[in-house]
Ligand binder design. Structure first.
Ligand SMILES: [Zn+2]
Length: 124
């Protein structure tokens, strides 16, 4: 995996993009494909589902290690917002362009989560 263009940068201070019980109606985080302009959505439930492994089935163990190093995530396994980092890959359905997503997922109480979309990068 080669990281190409940064679309969204990580930040320490930002409002969560999803909060269970508060922003339930928001199902995903949308952005535009830089190549064709199509809408691409990061599914929040999918990020929550992989909260415990830290990456989805589309990201390998070695890619995870590489990404953690790249984003400066240490042994504490904390994302920039203090949550747990979850990496995923999304493919544009229109043109096939691939994107890496990095979200901070935090279980603030039993089965209640907040999600910060930290980073989106075009990959090769
Ligand atoms: Zn596209």
């Amino acid at each position: 995996m080669k990281l190409e263009t940064e679309i969204k940068k990580p930040s320490h201070q930002s409002e969560p993009d999803y909060v269970t019980g508060k922003k339930d109606e928001i199902k995903s985080y949308g952005f535009e494909c830089t190549d064709c302009g199509a809408d691409i959505n990061i599914d929040f439930q999918r990020q929550i589902k992989y909260n415990w492994t830290g990456n989805t089935d589309l990201i390998s163990e070695s890619e995870r290690t590489e990404l953690k190093k790249y984003y400066g995530i240490g042994l504490s396994e904390k994302s920039h917002d203090g949550g747990y980092p979850v990496f995923d890959k999304i493919v544009c359905k229109t043109c096939g362009e691939e994107y890496l997503t990095y979200c901070g997922v935090r279980e603030f109480s039993n089965s209640a989560y907040s999600i910060h979309v930290q980073e989106i990068q075009k990959i090769k």
